[in-house]
Design a protein around this ligand. Structure first.
Ligand SMILES: C[S@@+](CC[C@H](N)C(=O)[O-])C[C@H]1O[C@@H](n2cnc3c(N)ncnc32)[C@H](O)[C@@H]1O
Length: 456
């Protein structure tokens, strides 16, 4: 690999005798991994029997293809093994209020959602308009039930969510040195100046992010770079400028090591943060730190959310009749945005000043005198509790994701069914006679070839 000259010189100086092993690791193959979705049942051993990532019970080494049933149904999320250390360090408790400030494409968000188990509140934000769409697709595919998706800059969010969250994750945009092995393209925009630019942007992001942590709450900061300017030096800057925050120790296993105080101002507290080096563990380069705000009284009062519109009597009837007939769970807080129905998480502050991309779980669309359930609702539904479930074969699944209608041997009762394949939810289909009408979202359709493995 043709590493930039300045990069080699810098890390030879910083790492001394360790530099040879560090630089040699760039010549080895990067490792891929995936996380299992804990809300899915009966997953095949092809997925569950692969070697486990040491610090993440849902994490496995291996590859899952994008055109598989496993991927489409949200049974897994492909994620580089080191990146799993971030969510495992945040590990929010069910019921907590959590912000993922730099969230697209959604690796950490879906991981945080696994910990929350459909409870509490997950505010997941992405500044970039194109990337927020991908984030929404991944949140939907993973069946996340209690997320609000925002498309804002940190300085727009901090006045709305001052002193609000139990946990804030800043998975910062960074110089990406830790990804050179996996994605050599990242080297093309790297320079010593670029590292400085990233550090400046990270200080701006952190200044806003820290305001949103409630007293006693935590902020998890991570990068996928080795650059001390963006890692230990960033934490040294926080400790100096935000005295109500301190670093708390992170449990380090599987070759994860202490951060290096000598790469910043020498403050021994910095060793509490974690470094993931590819020459010391099985994964790419990362840095993770956990900051905790001192307990005390938060100053801020949060006005209740005014999101969307209440349902009309007709809309409520249509939704209830669908929910009862199909047997999907009820949601306490429902709102409409135009003709779209959403279940919103409880306890949100007023989001009038935010760009709300999704106010909650998309349940469906009101059409003229009928209700059409959303793909997001299907993937957030548990086939074990839904009453109207239709199990389809893998050949029928191939037709389904390709956008085709297909026929059944016997005609069940007319209506909406949660379709499952190998016990995984794959969408809602409408049965008319012995035909299953296709409602797989047009933008997500794909072709599965006979030679493709449906599972991995
Ligand atoms: C490292 S990526 C996040 C990866 C994501 N957490 C995941 O696990 O899939 C950083 C994200 O920060 C966003 N970003 C860039 N500039 C930003 C800024 N000034 N404030 C907040 N986010 C920013 C980028 O668009 C990018 O999606």
């Amino acid at each position: 690999m043709n590493l930039p000259k300045d990069f080699i010189t810098k890390y030879r100086q910083l790492l001394g005798a360790e530099a040879d092993d560090f630089l040699a690791s760039f010549e080895t193959t990067s490792l891929s991994g995936y996380r299992i979705n804990p809300s899915r049942h009966h997953l095949p051993t092809e997925l569950t029997a692969t070697p486990q990532v040491p610090y993440e019970p849902w994490g496995h080494f291996g590859t899952v293809g994008g055109r598989t049933l496993t991927h489409q149904s949200g049974a897994v999320y492909s994620q580089e093994p080191s990146a799993m250390f971030v969510g495992a360090t945040a590990a929010p408790q069910p019921g907590e209020k959590v912000l993922d400030l730099c969230a697209a494409p959604g690796g950490k968000t879906t991981h945080l959602a696994s910990y929350l188990q459909g409870t509490g509140l997950l505010v997941t934000n992405e500044i970039n308009r194109k990337r927020v769409k991908v984030l929404a697709e991944n949140v939907e595919r993973f069946g996340v039930r209690s997320a609000v998706i925002l498309n804002d800059s940190p300085d727009r969010l901090s006045p709305v969510f001052t002193d609000y969250f139990d946990k804030v994750l800043v998975d910062a945009p960074c110089s990406g040195e830790g990804m050179f092995r996996k994605d050599p393209e990242a080297m093309s925009y790297w320079s010593l100046d670029y590292v400085q630019e990233c550090a400046t942007r990270q200080r701006e992001i952190m200044t806003e992010a820290l305001k949103m942590v409630k007293p006693g709450g935590q902020l998890i900061y991570s990068t996928c770079t080795f650059a001390p300017e963006e890692d230990e030096q960033m934490m040294a800057w926080v400790l100096k400028n935000f005295p109500d925050f301190r670093l708390v120790p992170i449990k380090k296993v599987g070759g994860v090591v202490d951060a290096r105080p000598e790469w910043a101002d020498g403050n021994p507290e910095l060793a509490k943060a974690a470094r993931l080096f590819p020459h010391l563990m099985s994964g790419e380069g990362h840095f993770v730190a956990k900051l905790e705000r001192a307990a005390g009284d938060g100053q801020s009062v949060h006005r209740q959310a005014k999101l969307g519109n209440p349902l009309t009597a007709d809309q409520r009837k249509l939704w209830q009749s669908f929910a009862q007939q199909v047997g999907v769970s009820e949601f306490p807080d429902l709102v409409t945005v135009k003709d779209q129905l959403f279940a919103v998480p409880a306890g949100l502050p007023d989001l009038k000043k935010c760009h709300v991309f999704r106010p909650g779980l998309h349940l469906g669309t009101f059409k003229k005198n009928r209700f059409e359930p959303a793909y997001a609702l299907a993937l957030a539904s548990d086939p074990q509790t839904v009453q109207q479930v239709l199990s389809i074969t893998t050949d029928q699944w191939k037709a389904w994701v390709h956008g085709e209608t297909f026929t059944l041997e016997a005609a069940p009762q007319k209506g909406w069914y949660l379709l499952t394949c190998a016990d995984q939810p794959v969408g809602f289909g409408k049965v008319v006679g012995n035909t299953v009408k296709n409602f797989f979202p047009k933008g997500l359709r794909f072709t599965v070839y006979d030679t493709d493995n449906v599972m991995v």
